[in-house]
Ligand binder design. Structure first.
Ligand code: SF4
Length: 361
């Protein structure tokens, strides 16, 4: 089982963010959240292949609470030596003490750096000073986590190829083995929605090329539209979820997948605490398979027959081949279809959104 835990607290709201979180992280609210979460975690019996702790800002908890929170997760969920335990961390919330707590409990640390330039973080509404950032990253490097991801944001107005390339020069100071790069496209509901000049497709493609070549110099290759890793350092949690793996989510706005249906917890801490039931997302089995098929085409490996056969309630590989062949006719040069593999070519990855629409129609 893949477990996801959503921590719904942030110190403030970043301008591009639509993830659910509240900025009232009072001790009383934290206590009520943790009590309910702990009672739910205690009932879990399925072996944890991965645990992903996201948010919100899980590292907003003070060091003592963070230790109690992580202790509870690793003792309540059936974790083993092989379990991947990831946590999202905001550099400005990290202290040496918290880093030591994280080191004791997690196998994978994901740092929300977004930019090494203070003026970009300012524009994004990230409250992280340069000294705080450098001190946190130095502390993480010194602690030496088994896996370390860094999130970066590109396509920021006023920043060109050269600026974007410099982000990787800063990044090269740290032993990260995974990088996630997201384009700045604030969605509806985000404070910056509709307020930024969009980055054109041509510049976006050039920036992505900078990303690929800068990371390739360090042996970090692209394995998904937005994700890059050294071989063997991919985020197992995400890979499993993209391939239709079972997911059980806890906390406000967390999603679960039982092999057929998805369910999403209320995106409201108050409602979640009051026991609001999760919203069910039931669609026809064929439509669900189409969705899983499309999602994993964002990866550079795509599907093999062997992987597809492991999808819960998978239909025949031949069905997938026929769908891919039909889509390939509409999108020439975008698919690579072999007897045992279906994946998107470089051009196809660039047009994934449009191809996915076609596959889901
Ligand atoms: S981007 Fe992260 S830190 Fe910023 S508001 Fe969203 S969840 Fe919180």
């Amino acid at each position: 089982m893949n477990y996801y835990i959503h921590v719904p607290f942030c110190a403030s709201k970043c301008g591009y963010c639509v993830f659910y979180s509240v900025t009232d992280a009072s001790a009383e609210l934290q206590k009520r959240y943790l009590e309910k979460l702990f009672s739910q975690l205690e009932t879990q019996t399925e072996k944890a292949e991965t645990v992903y702790i996201g948010g919100g800002t899980p590292t907003l908890f003070d060091a003592e609470t963070l230790a109690r929170f992580l202790d509870k997760i690793s003792t309540s969920l059936p974790c083993g030596e092989e379990t991947e335990i990831s946590i999202e961390a905001n550099p400005e919330t990290l202290t040496r003490e918290k880093i030591a707590v994280l080191k004791k409990h997690v196998t994978r640390l994901s740092t929300g750096v977004q930019s090494f330039f203070p003026e970009v973080r300012e524009l994004l509404g990230r409250k992280c000073g340069q000294k705080q950032l450098e001190s946190a990253l130095a502390g993480i490097a010194e602690a030496g986590f088994p896996h370390w991801n860094c999130d970066l944001i590109y396509a920021v107005p006023g920043r060109g190829k050269e600026d974007w390339g410099k982000e990787f020069d800063f990044l090269a100071r740290y032993p990260v083995d995974h990088v996630s790069c997201y384009s700045l496209t604030p969605e509806e509901g985000a404070r910056l929605y509709g307020k930024l000049a969009p980055c054109g497709d041509a510049l976006a493609a050039e920036l992505e090329e900078v990303t690929r070549s800068k990371l390739a110099e360090r042996g970090i290759g692209q394995y998904e539209v937005s994700n890059y890793a050294r071989p063997g350092c991919e985020c197992r949690h995400n890979v499993n979820v993209w391939r239709g793996g079972l997911l059980r989510g806890f906390g406000p706005s967390a999603s679960s997948f039982d092999g057929r249906d998805r369910a999403t917890e209320a995106a409201s801490l108050t409602e979640w605490l009051a026991g609001a039931p999760p919203a069910a997302d039931r669609i026809a089995p064929g439509a669900r398979l189409d969705e899983i098929f499309a999602v994993n085409l964002r990866t550079t490996e795509g599907w093999t027959k062997e992987l597809w056969d492991k999808v819960p309630h998978a239909d025949l590989w031949q069905v997938r081949r026929e769908k891919a062949e039909a889509a390939a006719k509409r999108f020439p040069g975008c698919f690579v279809i072999a007897p045992q593999r279906i994946k998107l070519a470089r051009k196809g990855l660039d047009f994934w959104d449009t191809i996915a629409e076609e596959l889901l129609s």
